[in-house]
Each structure stands twice: as structure tokens, then as C-alpha cells.
Design a protein. Structure first.
Length: 90
């Protein structure tokens, strides 16, 4: 099985950190009683950031799986299970 790609892990971690920052801003907007438009816009940004991070995680796992489709990923996922996970994000 392939070892995790440090560059891919760093990219995913950065996306999640960005989402965490956006979530903090969303919480602040709600607590401060910001207008609905501002709250929904920030909520959309958080949602998109999390989706992109999820796609990056699955994409990385799929790349590992493509190198040997008959094997499982380091997490024990088969190609079919990866496809199912991918569809949960769609």
C-alpha cells in the first residue's frame, strides 16, 4: 500500500483550516446578529470549503487505488467503497 503523500495531506489540512476560519466567522456573524444575507453567504463558504476538502481526501484515496485496483487503500477501502463515499459528497 502507498504511503500518504505529504503534499496532499498538507493541501487537505490547509483546506480544513480555511474552513475552520470560515466557520469561526460564521459563528461570529450569528452571535453578532449580522444580516441573513451575510450569514448565508458565510455558511455557503464553509460548506464549499468542507466539500472541497472531502473531494481532496477521496481523490487522494482514489489515486492510491488506481495504482492497484485489486487492492484496498490504507484505510481498507475498496474502489467500490470509495465510489460510494464520493457519491455521499455529491
Amino acid at each position: 500500500m502507498a504511503t500518504p503523500d505529504p503534499a496532499a495531506q498538507r493541501k487537505i489540512a490547509n483546506r480544513l483550516k480555511r474552513a475552520r476560519g470560515q466557520l469561526d466567522a460564521l459563528i461570529t456573524a450569528v452571535e453578532d446578529g449580522k444580516p441573513c444575507r451575510d450569514v448565508v453567504t458565510q455558511l455557503s463558504a464553509v460548506s464549499s470549503a468542507l466539500d472541497r476538502a472531502g473531494y481532496a481526501v477521496i481523490s487522494t484515496a482514489m489515486q492510491d487505488c488506481l495504482s492497484d485496483p485489486d487492492q484496498t487503500t490504507e484505510d481498507g477501502l475498496t474502489a467500490a467503497e470509495l465510489e460510494k463515499l464520493f457519491l455521499t459528497l455529491a
